[in-house]
Design a protein around this ligand. Structure first.
Ligand code: DOR
Length: 458
Protein backbone atom coordinates (compact mmCIF):
# COMPACT_ATOMS: atom_id res chain seq x y z
CA UNK A 1 0.00 0.00 0.00
CA UNK A 2 1.29 3.46 -0.88
CA UNK A 3 1.80 5.77 2.04
CA UNK A 4 0.69 9.09 0.65
CA UNK A 5 -1.00 12.24 1.87
CA UNK A 6 -2.45 15.04 -0.21
CA UNK A 7 -2.96 18.44 1.42
CA UNK A 8 -5.48 19.95 -0.94
CA UNK A 9 -6.53 23.46 -1.88
CA UNK A 10 -4.85 25.50 0.89
CA UNK A 11 -2.93 28.77 0.65
CA UNK A 12 0.65 27.48 0.63
CA UNK A 13 3.08 29.83 2.34
CA UNK A 14 6.66 28.62 2.02
CA UNK A 15 9.20 31.45 2.38
CA UNK A 16 12.11 29.12 1.50
CA UNK A 17 10.75 29.04 -2.06
CA UNK A 18 9.01 32.42 -1.98
CA UNK A 19 5.68 30.64 -2.49
CA UNK A 20 2.43 32.25 -1.41
CA UNK A 21 -0.31 30.74 -3.59
CA UNK A 22 -3.20 28.30 -3.51
CA UNK A 23 -2.21 24.73 -4.33
CA UNK A 24 -1.69 21.14 -3.24
CA UNK A 25 1.15 19.42 -1.40
CA UNK A 26 1.74 15.72 -2.01
CA UNK A 27 3.72 13.73 0.55
CA UNK A 28 4.82 10.19 -0.21
CA UNK A 29 6.54 7.83 2.18
CA UNK A 30 7.09 10.66 4.64
CA UNK A 31 8.81 12.98 2.14
CA UNK A 32 7.46 15.93 0.15
CA UNK A 33 6.95 14.62 -3.36
CA UNK A 34 5.57 17.71 -5.12
CA UNK A 35 3.84 21.05 -4.71
CA UNK A 36 1.46 22.12 -7.44
CA UNK A 37 0.15 25.65 -7.59
CA UNK A 38 -2.86 27.33 -9.15
CA UNK A 39 -5.07 25.29 -11.42
CA UNK A 40 -2.58 22.46 -11.84
CA UNK A 41 -3.93 19.65 -9.65
CA UNK A 42 -1.96 17.00 -7.88
CA UNK A 43 -3.66 13.66 -8.27
CA UNK A 44 -4.23 11.69 -5.14
CA UNK A 45 -3.57 7.98 -5.32
CA UNK A 46 -6.69 5.93 -4.66
CA UNK A 47 -5.43 5.01 -1.20
CA UNK A 48 -4.16 8.48 -0.21
CA UNK A 49 -5.20 10.33 2.88
CA UNK A 50 -6.61 13.72 1.89
CA UNK A 51 -6.43 16.80 4.07
CA UNK A 52 -8.95 19.32 2.82
CA UNK A 53 -7.28 22.69 3.41
CA UNK A 54 -9.45 25.07 1.39
CA UNK A 55 -9.59 28.42 3.22
CA UNK A 56 -6.63 27.48 5.42
CA UNK A 57 -2.92 28.31 5.34
CA UNK A 58 -0.49 25.44 4.65
CA UNK A 59 3.10 25.90 5.74
CA UNK A 60 6.21 23.79 6.25
CA UNK A 61 6.07 22.27 9.76
CA UNK A 62 7.02 24.73 12.48
CA UNK A 63 10.35 24.20 14.20
CA UNK A 64 10.73 25.31 17.81
CA UNK A 65 14.41 26.00 18.40
CA UNK A 66 14.03 26.35 22.15
CA UNK A 67 11.72 24.60 24.56
CA UNK A 68 11.87 23.02 27.99
CA UNK A 69 10.39 19.60 28.60
CA UNK A 70 11.00 18.32 32.10
CA UNK A 71 11.86 14.67 31.46
CA UNK A 72 13.98 13.32 33.04
CA UNK A 73 13.53 14.60 36.56
CA UNK A 74 10.41 16.77 36.83
CA UNK A 75 7.77 14.72 35.05
CA UNK A 76 5.04 16.32 37.20
CA UNK A 77 5.68 19.50 35.15
CA UNK A 78 5.99 17.94 31.68
CA UNK A 79 6.99 14.68 30.04
CA UNK A 80 8.18 14.03 26.52
CA UNK A 81 4.69 12.66 25.79
CA UNK A 82 2.73 15.66 27.14
CA UNK A 83 5.21 18.15 25.67
CA UNK A 84 5.14 16.52 22.25
CA UNK A 85 1.32 16.45 22.27
CA UNK A 86 1.23 20.13 23.26
CA UNK A 87 3.71 20.82 20.44
CA UNK A 88 1.69 19.21 17.66
CA UNK A 89 -1.54 20.77 19.00
CA UNK A 90 0.25 24.11 18.80
CA UNK A 91 1.55 23.49 15.26
CA UNK A 92 5.15 22.45 16.00
CA UNK A 93 6.53 19.44 14.20
CA UNK A 94 10.08 19.69 15.55
CA UNK A 95 11.19 20.59 19.07
CA UNK A 96 14.74 21.41 20.11
CA UNK A 97 14.74 20.63 23.82
CA UNK A 98 16.91 22.35 26.39
CA UNK A 99 19.13 20.37 28.74
CA UNK A 100 18.12 21.87 32.12
CA UNK A 101 16.55 18.60 33.19
CA UNK A 102 17.47 16.50 36.22
CA UNK A 103 20.02 15.12 35.54
CA UNK A 104 21.06 17.70 32.93
CA UNK A 105 21.71 16.42 29.39
CA UNK A 106 25.49 16.26 29.55
CA UNK A 107 26.26 12.69 28.43
CA UNK A 108 25.62 10.66 25.28
CA UNK A 109 23.29 8.12 27.01
CA UNK A 110 21.01 10.94 28.17
CA UNK A 111 20.83 12.38 24.66
CA UNK A 112 20.05 8.89 23.33
CA UNK A 113 17.42 8.36 26.04
CA UNK A 114 15.51 11.47 24.97
CA UNK A 115 15.65 10.57 21.29
CA UNK A 116 14.34 7.11 22.14
CA UNK A 117 11.50 8.55 24.26
CA UNK A 118 10.46 10.83 21.41
CA UNK A 119 10.41 7.87 18.98
CA UNK A 120 8.26 5.86 21.40
CA UNK A 121 5.84 8.79 21.72
CA UNK A 122 5.82 9.23 17.94
CA UNK A 123 4.34 12.74 17.66
CA UNK A 124 6.78 15.64 17.13
CA UNK A 125 10.43 15.22 16.15
CA UNK A 126 12.65 15.92 19.10
CA UNK A 127 16.20 17.23 18.79
CA UNK A 128 18.13 17.42 22.06
CA UNK A 129 20.43 20.29 22.95
CA UNK A 130 23.27 19.26 25.25
CA UNK A 131 24.78 21.24 28.12
CA UNK A 132 27.86 23.38 27.52
CA UNK A 133 29.29 22.49 30.91
CA UNK A 134 29.05 19.30 32.93
CA UNK A 135 26.04 19.39 35.23
CA UNK A 136 25.43 22.95 33.97
CA UNK A 137 27.80 23.98 36.71
CA UNK A 138 29.86 26.35 34.61
CA UNK A 139 33.19 24.70 35.43
CA UNK A 140 34.18 22.02 32.89
CA UNK A 141 33.15 21.56 29.28
CA UNK A 142 31.19 18.48 28.19
CA UNK A 143 32.58 16.00 25.63
CA UNK A 144 31.26 17.89 22.66
CA UNK A 145 32.03 15.58 19.75
CA UNK A 146 30.64 12.55 21.60
CA UNK A 147 27.40 14.42 22.28
CA UNK A 148 27.03 15.55 18.65
CA UNK A 149 27.60 11.99 17.55
CA UNK A 150 24.81 10.91 19.93
CA UNK A 151 22.44 13.42 18.30
CA UNK A 152 22.87 16.77 20.09
CA UNK A 153 22.09 19.65 17.74
CA UNK A 154 23.61 22.43 19.82
CA UNK A 155 24.98 23.28 23.25
CA UNK A 156 23.49 25.47 25.95
CA UNK A 157 23.42 25.96 29.71
CA UNK A 158 20.11 27.76 29.16
CA UNK A 159 18.42 28.93 32.32
CA UNK A 160 21.88 29.97 33.42
CA UNK A 161 24.58 31.88 31.58
CA UNK A 162 28.18 30.71 31.25
CA UNK A 163 29.84 33.20 33.57
CA UNK A 164 33.47 32.39 32.81
CA UNK A 165 34.55 34.05 29.52
CA UNK A 166 37.47 31.63 29.09
CA UNK A 167 35.11 28.66 29.23
CA UNK A 168 32.83 30.34 26.69
CA UNK A 169 35.82 30.94 24.44
CA UNK A 170 36.73 27.24 24.65
CA UNK A 171 33.12 26.17 24.01
CA UNK A 172 32.98 28.29 20.85
CA UNK A 173 36.37 27.03 19.72
CA UNK A 174 35.54 23.33 20.15
CA UNK A 175 32.02 23.59 18.71
CA UNK A 176 33.16 25.41 15.55
CA UNK A 177 34.49 22.35 13.66
CA UNK A 178 31.41 20.37 14.75
CA UNK A 179 29.26 23.01 13.03
CA UNK A 180 26.73 23.28 15.82
CA UNK A 181 25.74 26.49 17.61
CA UNK A 182 26.48 27.52 21.15
CA UNK A 183 23.10 28.74 22.37
CA UNK A 184 23.62 31.58 24.74
CA UNK A 185 21.42 32.51 27.69
CA UNK A 186 23.04 35.92 27.59
CA UNK A 187 22.74 37.51 30.97
CA UNK A 188 25.47 38.86 33.22
CA UNK A 189 24.59 37.46 36.66
CA UNK A 190 26.39 40.24 38.49
CA UNK A 191 23.82 42.62 36.98
CA UNK A 192 20.72 40.43 37.09
CA UNK A 193 21.08 38.21 40.18
CA UNK A 194 17.95 38.35 42.34
CA UNK A 195 16.05 40.29 39.67
CA UNK A 196 12.38 39.44 39.27
CA UNK A 197 11.18 41.63 36.41
CA UNK A 198 12.59 44.25 34.02
CA UNK A 199 14.31 47.13 35.83
CA UNK A 200 11.86 49.91 35.04
CA UNK A 201 8.79 51.66 36.32
CA UNK A 202 6.76 48.47 36.90
CA UNK A 203 9.53 47.06 39.11
CA UNK A 204 9.54 50.29 41.12
CA UNK A 205 5.74 50.39 41.35
CA UNK A 206 5.61 46.80 42.64
CA UNK A 207 8.72 47.07 44.81
CA UNK A 208 10.45 44.23 42.99
CA UNK A 209 14.14 43.95 42.15
CA UNK A 210 14.73 44.56 38.49
CA UNK A 211 17.01 43.18 35.79
CA UNK A 212 18.39 45.99 33.64
CA UNK A 213 18.55 45.70 29.86
CA UNK A 214 22.31 46.06 30.19
CA UNK A 215 22.37 42.71 32.02
CA UNK A 216 21.54 41.04 28.71
CA UNK A 217 23.48 43.39 26.45
CA UNK A 218 26.78 43.16 28.34
CA UNK A 219 26.83 39.37 27.97
CA UNK A 220 25.63 39.45 24.36
CA UNK A 221 28.48 41.86 23.53
CA UNK A 222 31.03 39.64 25.28
CA UNK A 223 29.90 36.49 23.50
CA UNK A 224 29.72 38.16 20.10
CA UNK A 225 33.36 39.16 20.57
CA UNK A 226 34.27 35.62 21.61
CA UNK A 227 32.54 34.26 18.50
CA UNK A 228 34.53 36.74 16.44
CA UNK A 229 37.74 35.63 18.14
CA UNK A 230 37.15 31.89 17.68
CA UNK A 231 35.11 31.66 14.48
CA UNK A 232 32.44 29.76 16.44
CA UNK A 233 28.69 30.16 15.92
CA UNK A 234 26.95 31.97 18.78
CA UNK A 235 23.17 31.82 18.82
CA UNK A 236 21.62 34.35 21.20
CA UNK A 237 18.55 32.83 22.84
CA UNK A 238 15.38 34.82 23.63
CA UNK A 239 16.78 38.30 22.96
CA UNK A 240 14.58 40.89 24.58
CA UNK A 241 16.05 44.39 24.21
CA UNK A 242 16.58 46.80 21.35
CA UNK A 243 20.21 47.13 22.48
CA UNK A 244 20.85 43.40 21.92
CA UNK A 245 19.25 43.71 18.51
CA UNK A 246 21.67 46.53 17.61
CA UNK A 247 24.60 44.38 18.74
CA UNK A 248 23.46 41.55 16.47
CA UNK A 249 23.02 43.89 13.50
CA UNK A 250 26.46 45.44 13.92
CA UNK A 251 28.20 42.10 14.45
CA UNK A 252 26.68 40.72 11.26
CA UNK A 253 28.04 43.64 9.28
CA UNK A 254 31.47 42.62 10.58
CA UNK A 255 30.85 39.03 9.48
CA UNK A 256 30.60 37.47 12.94
CA UNK A 257 28.73 34.15 12.97
CA UNK A 258 25.88 35.30 15.21
CA UNK A 259 22.21 34.35 15.01
CA UNK A 260 19.36 35.31 17.30
CA UNK A 261 15.89 34.23 18.31
CA UNK A 262 12.99 36.04 19.92
CA UNK A 263 10.01 34.51 21.74
CA UNK A 264 6.29 35.10 21.11
CA UNK A 265 5.98 36.45 24.66
CA UNK A 266 8.61 39.14 24.08
CA UNK A 267 6.76 40.15 20.90
CA UNK A 268 3.25 40.07 22.36
CA UNK A 269 3.58 41.13 26.01
CA UNK A 270 5.31 44.02 27.73
CA UNK A 271 6.50 44.61 31.30
CA UNK A 272 2.99 45.70 32.29
CA UNK A 273 1.84 42.06 32.08
CA UNK A 274 2.97 41.46 35.69
CA UNK A 275 0.45 44.13 36.69
CA UNK A 276 -2.15 41.66 35.43
CA UNK A 277 -2.62 43.35 32.07
CA UNK A 278 -1.83 40.81 29.40
CA UNK A 279 -1.78 41.28 26.46
CA UNK A 280 -0.19 44.61 25.63
CA UNK A 281 -3.02 47.15 25.57
CA UNK A 282 -3.43 50.84 26.21
CA UNK A 283 -0.68 52.95 27.77
CA UNK A 284 -0.78 52.38 31.55
CA UNK A 285 -0.98 55.22 34.06
CA UNK A 286 1.88 54.54 36.51
CA UNK A 287 -0.12 56.13 39.32
CA UNK A 288 -3.29 54.09 38.75
CA UNK A 289 -4.24 51.90 41.73
CA UNK A 290 -3.02 48.33 41.50
CA UNK A 291 -5.68 45.78 40.58
CA UNK A 292 -6.14 42.44 42.38
CA UNK A 293 -4.32 40.88 39.40
CA UNK A 294 -1.01 42.65 40.06
CA UNK A 295 2.04 40.50 40.86
CA UNK A 296 0.92 37.99 38.24
CA UNK A 297 3.59 35.31 38.56
CA UNK A 298 2.39 33.76 35.28
CA UNK A 299 4.06 36.70 33.53
CA UNK A 300 7.34 36.16 35.38
CA UNK A 301 9.81 34.98 32.81
CA UNK A 302 13.54 35.11 32.22
CA UNK A 303 14.58 37.27 30.41
CA UNK A 304 11.83 39.53 31.74
CA UNK A 305 9.10 41.13 29.68
CA UNK A 306 10.42 44.51 28.56
CA UNK A 307 9.04 48.00 27.87
CA UNK A 308 6.87 48.61 24.81
CA UNK A 309 9.71 50.33 22.96
CA UNK A 310 11.73 47.11 23.07
CA UNK A 311 8.73 45.07 21.93
CA UNK A 312 8.27 47.41 18.96
CA UNK A 313 11.98 47.28 18.12
CA UNK A 314 11.96 43.46 18.15
CA UNK A 315 8.95 43.34 15.83
CA UNK A 316 10.67 45.78 13.47
CA UNK A 317 13.85 43.70 13.72
CA UNK A 318 11.92 40.64 12.57
CA UNK A 319 10.42 42.51 9.65
CA UNK A 320 13.87 43.81 8.70
CA UNK A 321 15.50 40.36 8.83
CA UNK A 322 17.80 41.13 11.76
CA UNK A 323 16.51 38.12 13.73
CA UNK A 324 16.71 34.49 12.56
CA UNK A 325 13.98 32.63 14.38
CA UNK A 326 11.00 32.79 16.67
CA UNK A 327 11.38 30.19 19.43
CA UNK A 328 8.91 29.54 22.24
CA UNK A 329 11.06 29.03 25.35
CA UNK A 330 8.11 26.89 26.50
CA UNK A 331 8.67 26.57 30.26
CA UNK A 332 5.98 24.50 31.98
CA UNK A 333 5.71 24.79 35.75
CA UNK A 334 3.39 23.33 38.35
CA UNK A 335 0.87 25.34 40.35
CA UNK A 336 3.02 25.36 43.48
CA UNK A 337 5.88 26.92 41.52
CA UNK A 338 3.67 29.85 40.51
CA UNK A 339 1.01 30.23 43.22
CA UNK A 340 3.46 31.67 45.72
CA UNK A 341 5.14 34.98 46.62
CA UNK A 342 6.47 36.68 43.50
CA UNK A 343 10.14 36.46 44.42
CA UNK A 344 9.85 32.72 45.06
CA UNK A 345 7.95 31.92 41.86
CA UNK A 346 9.64 30.05 38.99
CA UNK A 347 10.43 31.87 35.75
CA UNK A 348 8.64 30.73 32.62
CA UNK A 349 5.49 30.56 30.52
CA UNK A 350 3.76 27.47 29.14
CA UNK A 351 3.40 28.58 25.57
CA UNK A 352 3.50 25.74 23.05
CA UNK A 353 -0.28 25.88 22.63
CA UNK A 354 -0.68 29.65 22.35
CA UNK A 355 2.59 30.78 20.72
CA UNK A 356 1.45 30.52 17.10
CA UNK A 357 -1.89 32.18 17.93
CA UNK A 358 -0.09 35.05 19.68
CA UNK A 359 1.93 35.59 16.51
CA UNK A 360 -1.15 35.29 14.30
CA UNK A 361 -2.84 37.88 16.52
CA UNK A 362 0.04 40.23 15.71
CA UNK A 363 -0.51 39.43 12.03
CA UNK A 364 -4.23 40.18 12.41
CA UNK A 365 -3.37 43.55 14.00
CA UNK A 366 -1.11 44.38 11.06
CA UNK A 367 2.09 44.39 13.17
CA UNK A 368 3.66 41.39 11.41
CA UNK A 369 3.41 39.95 7.92
CA UNK A 370 2.18 36.38 7.68
CA UNK A 371 5.11 35.29 5.49
CA UNK A 372 7.57 36.87 7.97
CA UNK A 373 6.01 34.90 10.78
CA UNK A 374 6.17 31.66 8.81
CA UNK A 375 9.79 32.32 7.76
CA UNK A 376 10.93 32.58 11.37
CA UNK A 377 9.15 29.39 12.36
CA UNK A 378 10.41 27.31 9.42
CA UNK A 379 13.42 28.03 7.22
CA UNK A 380 14.82 30.51 9.78
CA UNK A 381 15.33 28.03 12.62
CA UNK A 382 16.41 25.28 10.18
CA UNK A 383 19.25 27.55 9.01
CA UNK A 384 20.29 28.31 12.57
CA UNK A 385 20.76 24.58 13.12
CA UNK A 386 23.06 24.41 10.12
CA UNK A 387 23.34 22.86 6.65
CA UNK A 388 22.49 19.35 7.87
CA UNK A 389 18.91 20.55 8.41
CA UNK A 390 18.18 21.89 4.95
CA UNK A 391 15.44 19.24 4.43
CA UNK A 392 13.45 20.92 7.22
CA UNK A 393 11.43 24.13 7.27
CA UNK A 394 10.67 23.85 3.55
CA UNK A 395 8.25 22.11 1.19
CA UNK A 396 10.81 21.57 -1.57
CA UNK A 397 10.57 18.11 -3.16
CA UNK A 398 12.67 15.73 -1.06
CA UNK A 399 12.06 17.68 2.16
CA UNK A 400 10.73 16.11 5.35
CA UNK A 401 6.96 15.68 5.00
CA UNK A 402 6.14 18.02 7.89
CA UNK A 403 3.27 20.46 7.48
CA UNK A 404 1.38 22.90 9.71
CA UNK A 405 -2.12 23.96 8.70
CA UNK A 406 -3.80 26.91 10.38
CA UNK A 407 -6.75 29.26 10.17
CA UNK A 408 -5.53 32.85 10.58
CA UNK A 409 -9.00 34.23 11.22
CA UNK A 410 -10.46 31.94 13.88
CA UNK A 411 -10.90 33.64 17.24
CA UNK A 412 -10.73 31.63 20.44
CA UNK A 413 -10.42 32.13 24.18
CA UNK A 414 -7.43 30.64 25.99
CA UNK A 415 -8.44 28.07 28.59
CA UNK A 416 -5.42 26.42 30.15
CA UNK A 417 -7.59 23.46 31.25
CA UNK A 418 -7.60 22.52 27.57
CA UNK A 419 -3.78 22.48 27.31
CA UNK A 420 -2.18 19.11 26.66
CA UNK A 421 0.86 20.53 28.43
CA UNK A 422 1.02 19.89 32.15
CA UNK A 423 2.10 23.51 32.53
CA UNK A 424 -0.98 25.70 32.97
CA UNK A 425 1.18 28.74 33.69
CA UNK A 426 -0.02 31.17 31.05
CA UNK A 427 -0.72 34.88 31.57
CA UNK A 428 -3.04 34.61 28.56
CA UNK A 429 -5.72 32.66 30.42
CA UNK A 430 -9.12 34.05 29.42
CA UNK A 431 -7.70 36.21 26.62
CA UNK A 432 -9.05 36.11 23.08
CA UNK A 433 -6.49 35.30 20.38
CA UNK A 434 -6.99 35.35 16.63
CA UNK A 435 -5.66 32.44 14.56
CA UNK A 436 -5.53 28.75 15.37
CA UNK A 437 -3.70 25.64 14.27
CA UNK A 438 -6.08 23.20 12.62
CA UNK A 439 -3.89 20.23 11.69
CA UNK A 440 -0.29 19.08 11.98
CA UNK A 441 1.55 16.51 9.87
CA UNK A 442 4.86 14.87 10.77
CA UNK A 443 6.61 12.71 8.16
CA UNK A 444 3.37 12.45 6.18
CA UNK A 445 1.34 11.30 9.19
CA UNK A 446 -1.55 13.38 10.53
CA UNK A 447 -0.66 13.80 14.22
CA UNK A 448 -3.24 16.50 14.99
CA UNK A 449 -6.55 17.12 13.28
CA UNK A 450 -8.73 19.40 15.38
CA UNK A 451 -11.72 19.66 13.11
CA UNK A 452 -11.57 16.35 11.26
CA UNK A 453 -10.33 17.61 7.87
CA UNK A 454 -8.55 14.32 7.04
CA UNK A 455 -10.32 11.77 4.82
CA UNK A 456 -9.37 8.28 3.74
CA UNK A 457 -6.81 5.87 5.21
CA UNK A 458 -4.90 7.35 8.20
O1 DOR B 1 11.72 31.76 31.99
C1 DOR B 1 12.52 30.87 31.83
N1 DOR B 1 12.25 29.58 32.19
N2 DOR B 1 13.71 31.16 31.30
C2 DOR B 1 14.71 30.26 31.24
O2 DOR B 1 15.75 30.61 30.75
C3 DOR B 1 14.52 28.89 31.79
C4 DOR B 1 13.09 28.52 31.78
C5 DOR B 1 12.80 27.26 32.59
O3 DOR B 1 13.49 26.26 32.41
O4 DOR B 1 11.84 27.26 33.35
Amino acid sequence: MSDSLLVRGGRIVDPSQEIDAVGDVLIRDGIVSSVSLGGQKNLALHDSTILEATGLVVSPGFIDLHCHLREPGSEEKETVATGALAAVNGGFTTLCVMPNTEPPLDTAPLIQFLRRRAKEVGLARLLPIACITRGREGRRLVEMSELVEAGAVGFSDDGDPVEDPFLMRMALMYSAPLRVPIIDHCQDPSLTRGGQVHEGWVASRLGLKGMPSAGEEVMAARDIELASLTGGHIHLAHISTSGTLDLVRNARIRGVDVTAEVTPQHLFLSEEAVLGQAPMGKETDPYAPLTPFAYDTRAKVNPPLRPRQDVQALIQGLQAGAIDAIATDHAPHSLVDKACPFDQAAFGISILETGVSMLLSLVARGSLELSTMVRYLTVGPARVMGPRWDRFGTLKPGAAGDVTIFDPSEKWVVNTDDFASRGKNSPLEGQTLQGKVVATVVAGRVVYDRSGIARGPR
